[in-house]
Design a protein around this ligand. Structure first.
Ligand SMILES: NC(=O)C1=CN([C@@H]2O[C@H](COP(=O)(O)OP(=O)(O)OC[C@H]3O[C@@H](n4cnc5c(N)ncnc54)[C@H](OP(=O)(O)O)[C@@H]3O)[C@@H](O)[C@H]2O)C=CC1
Ligand SMILES: Nc1nc(=O)c2c([nH]1)NC[C@@H]1CN(c3ccc(C(=O)N[C@@H](CCC(=O)O)C(=O)O)cc3)C=[N+]21
Length: 290
């Protein structure tokens, strides 16, 4: 069975539009999201365009700042300082990866945690890790758990979840969320021994690797739930390109009970959860307009 992330995301956005309307009516606050894009990476530009469009569709304010690829770290920090202090901005997202000469963690830590709608700031990841309330939770991991629950229901307790990938953006936070759901969690990475055998133990398999179609059908336990986070653009014979995940979909769908497609799986959920976090930030920390 396919888990239709595009549809789940559309449903979520519809309820978010309702929340935005209510927040506006009750407080006069319109949630505002600002995306900062440094450089000209074409893939990043597509995401940014989608984000802007969907932000506006749910009735939120969307702003976008493009800065040249050779922008200095100081200039970016100055921009972020301005956004940190702008009461109309409730969420700030700096598109990653950043150019090599910019220290990514310095940039992430310079965003005030209250506006860190990516959930990447140490304050938010620390709160997530400690199980404290009030964390802004990373968007892609939230999307993964929502989609897993769509198939398995709300109770994931006792399931063995195997997460391939240990990045701060996806692997580690999705493992933390699944742990919070009382899954038994194994985190695999490039040094893991006999990855196929480990994956075959998984009731829930999350692939966040960045290697096109690496996970094969015979790595999957029959009846498992597969969440494919990978977004890989590969060349096709007609010299065009198409998107594939980290899982060999054609093989995997024959073995898994449920699987998220690429495109149309986790990707659209990431953006919907970003809007959700921004509304949350506006509700908690938004200042009434004078
Ligand atoms: N759908 C969405 O919304 C999003 C999708 N993505 C996509 O998800 C994928 C992962 O992204 P991200 O976490 O940022 O990527 P990173 O490159 O930061 O991390 C990749 C992880 O995969 C591990 N890995 C690499 N090769 C292997 C291998 N052969 N076997 C086992 N593990 C391996 C690495 O291990 P090690 O640590 O040992 O190097 C690393 O932990 C990408 O395709 C990205 O485009 C990302 C963000 C959002
Ligand atoms: N600070 C930061 N936060 C991020 O959340 C972040 C980031 N940087 N850098 C890049 C990655 C990647 N990412 C995606 C979001 C949506 C889709 C998405 O909507 N994908 C569509 C297809 C889009 C297409 O056709 O290209 C889909 O899967 O159906 C994909 C990838 C967010 N990321």
């Amino acid at each position: 069975m396919n888990i239709d992330g595009k549809q789940v995301a559309a449903d979520l956005r519809q309820s978010l539009a309702q929340e935005v309307a209510e927040l506006k009516q009750q407080t006069g606050i319109t949630p505002g999201l600002t995306v900062v894009l440094v450089g000209e990476d074409p893939a990043s530009q597509v995401y940014v365009r989608n984000k802007v469009k969907q932000t506006q569709e749910v009735g939120m304010i969307s702003n976008e700042f493009r800065m040249a690829a050779d922008t200095s770290e100081e200039a970016l920090l100055a921009k972020l300082d301005e956004l940190n202090n702008d009461p109309a901005v409730h969420g700030i997202l700096v598109q990653l990866p950043l150019p090599k000469h910019i220290n990514e963690s310095r940039i992430i830590e310079s965003i005030v945690p209250e506006k860190d709608v990516d959930g990447f700031h140490a304050m938010n990841s620390g709160r997530l890790m400690n199980g404290e309330e009030g964390a802004l939770v990373p968007c892609t991991p939230q999307g993964c758990v929502i989609l897993a629950k769509k198939h398995l229901g709300d109770d994931l307790s006792g399931k063995h979840a195997v997460v391939i990938g240990r990045s701060n953006i996806v692997g580690k936070p999705v493992a933390m969320l699944l742990l919070q759901e009382s899954c038994t969690v194994t985190i695999a990475h490039s040094r893991t021994k006999d990855l196929p055998a480990l994956c075959r133990e998984a009731d829930i398999l999350v692939a966040a690797v960045g290697r096109p179609e690496m996970v094969k059908g015979d790595w999957i336990k029959p009846g498992a739930t597969v969440i494919d986070v990978g977004i890989n653009r590969i060349a096709t014979e007609d010299s065009k390109s198409r998107l594939v995940g980290d899982v060999d979909f054609a093989e995997a769908e024959k073995v898994a009970a449920a699987i998220t497609p690429v495109p149309g799986g986790v990707g659209p959920m990431t953006i919907a959860c970003l809007l959700k976090n921004t509304i949350e930030a506006a509700r908690r920390f938004g200042v009434r307009p004078q």
